[in-house]
Design a protein around this ligand. Structure first.
Ligand SMILES: [Fe+2]
Ligand SMILES: [Fe+2]
Length: 288
């Protein structure tokens, strides 16, 4: 039997969530998708995720939400990380870090699948070795799932490509996130592991990695930090569709997904209304 996983790249802010909400029904209908895995580390105002936003994604039909280096940006998500088996923190954080680094679930179509997310170490904050962490996760998953999806949340493409080769023939797919730019290097490696260096970004593409150009440019030019508000135009949903054999867990195909979304302009919130995005506390961090 064929198994299809829709993998969605970092969803940025409200524009990203609206884009996903708009595009997802057609993607699911067109491709008979078994599971949807979404990187949600930028869903809340560009950094982190909140419990209502996690529920919002689940309500759209998202099976698993992964988080990267922004996992703990919104403190209110910590209890959900502690409880849910559908929200993941990077597996190579310290054992004491709240949350789980991998999950084994059953798709609605009845197939067991596993998901894990790992942080790269090049130009990132300190984390454990992602290669050893991946091996440890696979040992724990064991025979429970043949379909295994490994997200490599890394700054360097070399970290991700190396992980692809490290896990080739052992997992269904290794895919990259974090840099928010979709790469054109999707392929099935010789051992049957689908690979892409970056899924890309779901959200506004008229800015800099989802942030407003008129905020980012002055900060870079003057060297003075400022808040990077979430941008707004040229909305796209980026990701990949992986087809795998349920008997072997190996991939037979990987296809890039890049969908432009037209959404009517949403009126500005009334004066004094709480701002959902652009909350202002994450501004100086250029890394996504
Ligand atoms: Fe990130
Ligand atoms: Fe990101």
């Amino acid at each position: 039997m064929h198994f299809r996983a829709l993998l969605i790249g970092d969803v940025v802010g409200k524009p990203g969530r609206r884009s996903l909400r708009e595009a997802l029904p057609a993607l699911l209908a067109d491709h008979s998708v078994d599971v949807v895995i979404v990187n949600g580390e930028n869903t809340a105002g560009g950094s982190g995720i909140t419990p209502p936003i996690f529920e919002e994604l689940r309500g759209l039909g998202v099976d698993v939400v992964t988080m990267g280096d922004h996992v703990y940006r919104k403190k209110e998500i910590v209890p959900v990380l502690a409880e849910s088996d559908r929200l993941l923190r990077p597996a190579n954080l310290p054992d004491e870090a709240v949350g789980r680094g991998f999950t084994v679930l059953e798709s609605q179509s009845g197939f067991p699948f596993a998901v894990t997310v790992l942080l790269g170490r090049t130009f990132m904050k300190p984390a454990g070795c992602p290669f050893h962490a991946a091996d440890a996760v696979l040992a724990e998953v064991g025979e429970r799932a043949k379909l295994v999806f490994v997200e490599m949340h890394a700054e360097a493409t070399s970290d991700r490509i190396a992980m692809g080769w490290h896990l080739d023939g052992r997992v269904t797919c290794v895919y990259g996130t974090h840099t928010h730019v979709q790469t054109a290097d999707e392929r099935v490696l010789p051992g049957g592991t689908a690979y892409i260096s970056d899924l890309g970004m779901t959200g506004p593409h008229d800015g800099v990695l989802g942030r407003r150009t008129d905020k980012v440019l002055p900060a870079l030019i003057t060297g003075m930090p400022r808040h990077f508000d979430v941008s707004g135009g040229d909305l796209r949903v980026h990701g990949a569709l992986v087809t795998a054999d349920t008997e072997t867990g190996r991939a037979t195909a990987i296809e890039r997904i890049a969908v432009s979304v037209e959404i009517a302009h949403e009126p500005a919130p009334e004066k004094g209304a709480p701002k959902e995005d652009n909350e202002g506390q994450d501004g100086e961090d250029a890394a996504e």
